[in-house]
Ligand binder design. Sequence first.
Ligand SMILES: [Zn+2]
Length: 252
Amino acid sequence: MAGVGCGCAGPMEWPAGAVSPLNIPSWRAFPLRARLRELFPGRPVLVHNDGVALAAGEHWAGAGRGVRNLLAVTVSTGVGGGLVLGDRLFHGTSGNAGHIGHLVVDVDGPDCPCGGRGCVEALASGPRTVHRARAAGWAPAAGQPADGHTLAAAAAAGDEIACRELARAGTAVGAGLASSASLLDLEVAVVAGGFAQSGPIFWDALLAGFGRHAGLAFVRRLRIERSDDPGRIALRGVAAFVLAPHRYGWPD
Ligand SMILES: [Zn+2]
């Protein structure tokens, strides 16, 4: 065995690999990397954000093969992402590069879980989109959970409020992609997560939002792809951390 690569929801201390995933409350500063090192002594153990794993996987063996500059985005309970720049995984100063979820797309927008306001995540995450729809009067059918999946199904069935709020989420992600492409001169953006798979209401709004905010020719050239199998691609990404360290690894 060459080593162990691991993707985990953030936030985390990187590269130390102490993780505090918002959706696993019992893990706060949990020493995931240290525990894995105890289990696999003498092997490289690399832990990074799941959005970063997706970016590495899409670049190594997915929609971004052969591309030099790529952003991967996951739209789920939160909105995360990862970046490949100049043909290499780009970590930033603290390992948090690619955090498109906290790119501001509405300066007067709603408060965000990060403490800021008007972020992509505040407008496009599953819980925030459901919250907005519920406040506007949408309710799931009896016995159904009020979650992103149910909301997307209601939108697909023609519910007006669900359609509007799902589209607003898509618009926010599209605007975030336009801003990202403008800053980073990207070639490809790959979008994953439940809303991305939910159908044309979210996706058409995303493309329209991008089109409205992408003014310059180099920004408009961004190719936007839907990740066809994010779970499998992210697994390839964590393998790439270990197996292709010249592009996807990092020093301790
Ligand atoms: Zn935020």
